[in-house]
Write a protein that binds this ligand. Structure first.
Ligand SMILES: Nc1ncnc2c1ncn2[C@@H]1O[C@H](COP(=O)(O)OP(=O)(O)OP(=O)(O)O)[C@@H](O)[C@H]1O
Length: 241
């Protein structure tokens, strides 16, 4: 579960708040999709939840742990995939994953099993001994995903996770997200793709100009707007609200 309470964030000396007093609860057992136009505040929100940035006001709890007061324990709850999979190019895939295993203090047997299981799921096993510099964007994305998920974190936070994935890998990831949520855990992800939001999410949140303008199910949004196409509703919402 993620609880965001009265959170605001301004970058440097900017006059405009990147996040303006946002409140949001992402529940156990759900896939929550976070939508909004470019520059709305999605990545900023994600960077505050993961402790990469500090908020100016408010608080964020991850499974009840305050990310400001107890950052290490909060981070242990989280598997995070950033929007840009630029990672240590000089390492091989396996060296990178072992480094992550060290950070999370995984024992060697559990680590090896988890790496092989996930590498097989994402069909990247044969490339693990290659240098990351030779990987395609999609392969780097898969490696970052494996690194984020291998320590069995209860809360998955994925920033545009499907970008660069081939259809089969995107399908695999969506299946894993569903299984994770169905086991009572939390998946929070940002996306620009309406079809993904509609098919995958239990609830969605829409952010615009640093303010949350909708939280609920896609069905509730459609009922409210009396329209069938999520894309039309989304475009209307971000223009008018
Ligand atoms: N490092 C930064 N320094 C200054 N302003 C920033 C920085 N990062 C983001 N911003 C500003 O904060 C606001 C929110 O940006 P953010 O990256 O959170 O949006 P986003 O919803 O993730 O957008 P996108 O869909 O384009 O990735 C924007 O106005 C952006 O210009």
């Amino acid at each position: 579960m993620i609880t965001i309470q009265n959170v605001s964030k301004t970058y440097g000396k900017n006059k405009v708040k990147a996040l303006d007093n946002i409140n949001l609860e992402v529940r156990d057992g759900e896939i929550f999709g976070f939508l909004g136009p470019n520059g709305a505040g999605k990545t900023t929100t994600i960077k505050l939840i993961t402790g990469i940035l500090n908020m100016d006001e408010g608080s964020i709890l991850v499974n009840g742990i305050d990310v400001n007061k107890n950052p290490i324990e909060a981070k242990k709850q989280i598997g995070y995939v950033p929007d840009n999979p630029e990672i240590f190019n000089r390492l091989t895939g396996l060296e990178y994953l072992n480094f992550i295993g060290d950070v999370f203090e995984m024992d060697s047997k559990e680590r090896a099993e988890k790496i092989m299981e996930l590498a097989e799921e994402f069909e990247i096993k044969s490339a693990l001994k290659e240098s990351i510099s030779s990987y395609s964007h999609g392969m780097k994305q898969k490696l970052v995903l494996i690194g984020a998920l291998m320590h069995n974190p209860p809360v998955w936070i994925l920033d545009e996770p499907m970008v660069g994935l081939d259809p089969k890998s995107a399908f695999t990831l969506k299946k894993m997200m569903r299984q994770h949520a169905d086991s009572g855990k939390t998946v929070f992800f940002s996306t620009h793709v309406m079809e993904v939001a509609e098919k995958v999410c239990d609830r969605i949140g829409i952010i615009k100009g640093g303010r949350i303008i909708f939280v609920g199910t896609v069905e509730e949004l459609k009922e409210r707007k009396n329209d069938e196409s999520l894309e039309n509703i989304f475009l209307e919402l971000i223009e008018n609200e």
